[in-house]
Design a protein around this ligand. Sequence first.
Ligand code: B12
Ligand code: SF4
Length: 514
Amino acid sequence: MRVLAVHPGPLMYTKIFLRLEPLGLELVAAAVRRAGHDVRLIDLQAATHEEYFSLVDDWRPDVVAFSCNYLANVPEVVDLAKLTRGRRPDTFVFVGGHSASFTAQELLEHAGGAIDCILKGEGEASVAELLEAVEHDRRATARIPGVVSLDGEGPPARLVEDLDALMPARDLLKRRRKYFLGTLDPCASIEFARGCPWDCSFCSAWTFYGRSYRVVSPERAVEDLASVREPGVFIVDDVAFVQAKHGFEIGEAIARRGIRKEYYLETRGDVLLRNKDVFRMWTRLGLRYMFLGLEAIDEEGLRKYRKRISLGHAFEALEFARSLGVQVAINLIADPDWDRERFAAVRQWCLEIPEIVNISVNTPYPGTETWRTEARRIQTRDYRLYDIQHAVLPTRLPLADFYQELVDTQRVLAMKHMGWTAFRDVVTLVLGQFARGQTNFFKSLWKFNSVFDPKLLLADHHRPVAYKMKLPPPAQDKVDPRQLYVLQARGRKGRAIDDATERFVDATRVGTSE
Ligand code: B12
Ligand code: SF4
């Protein structure tokens, strides 16, 4: 069959700071190809809707598979599905990804029959079986693990048993030069591990994967890396190098193979402090950017987000990261309850530290614990506003003032690295990128004011809402994690970490999951 894999368009954040290759969809596409189908991939972050429809009309796919990791993309995916059905009534349309898995039933209802099913969980695990059923007996699709259709739900989604058996179909992605991350331009993505053993209340990484954690072998990781042509590489693992041994082994294999790249990774402050030597080694291998999840700058804030890392440790981690000589970025979560004083204090604090600071807005998400425990009333049911740049909970300040404060703070933080020395460095860097024909980073430098604008943010709340998000259930004090999992939890044996690391995770997580 002809199978078209589609990634939806850019989100607010991806319009400026980065544009990343749809790695998950490339992995699903590889599984489809392995099953003997003819597959193409289009990424609407780098192609237009017109190009998508031309492909549908000219190539006439038998199946269209949408990726939907982000809630903010739900309306776009539903609209595209409906228009696709209108053009090609017999084409089988299905959707997968994080948000699709957490909102499967409502997505199907919005589509009113234009989406045949949702495939929950890891696409590679069941996509071949699903296509087999589509080709030979469409009624059998409802019995495939992870499938949710308007007729009912199949058995629970399956877990990929061996990550080493996977290899993304990078060759299917056109316009690879469009992908970048800050100054890493162009930039590819790679996965060394999947899942997360912690259980933070605001996060759905652990609920999606049933609190499992699996790793790619060093040999397989390096084989994949060697196939990457881009000089920049984003390591997509939620928490990089949870276990030192794994980080060392991949690092050593890279050094043996003589691969030279520039890397970006995300990790936790306590993991950084526990595994200092691994991060030192990776700095020698080319680690340039590190994103540390701190989320709050006061003890109360950290407790609220259930990260059992004390403020002292958080600052120690920042200091160590600085000592490595890599560019460090941190994220702070602005609560809609913040007043002017709180914003001012945060601005002041951020100006005093050398790190890049990113501010996002506290947003409860389906699939997270806070979605079920947050007692404050959700103010909007517009999926497009669930992009952590908009306030969906009640603000203490009038909404317009909240956005003004938020954007002022984001602007101060974006500009703080634009002193004279930084300017000179940027010019040198940009000239080098021009010489290689890359302009993504340069273009991003001018876009801030046109995207981050308080008036536009406010106006977004007044757009007509075609698809209303399902409200959360009445707030509970405690949530049974089993209600949240997409992939079934396998307990300790689902986590590929040694006992010492398991104890470390237990001591630093705050949740009550198994
Ligand atoms: C890169 C990334 C981003 C980039 C997005 C760039 C881009 N457009 O690709 C940026 C930085 C912008 C971003 C932002 C956000 N992200 Co993000 N992001 C990631 C990250 C780190 C990697 C994604 C990835 O490549 N994963 C690796 C691939 C292999 O996995 P995958 O994409 O999930 O694909 C698998 C399945 O989902 C499924 N699948 C995917 N597509 C399809 C399609 C079909 C047809 C099928 C059958 C299956 C399927 O099968 C794939 C293979 O197993 C993940 C964390 C992670 N490690 O996954 C978080 C993650 C996806 N993000 C998340 C979140 C919450 C956000 C934010 C809200 C804030 C935040 N906490 O970071 C914002 C929201 C953006 C917005 N404006 O709405 C969550 C989950 C989202 C959710 N719906 O619950 C994750 C899991 C991180 C987390 N710890 O909570 N993110
Ligand atoms: S450490 Fe917490 S926030 Fe980070 S991915 Fe794991 S569960 Fe999510």
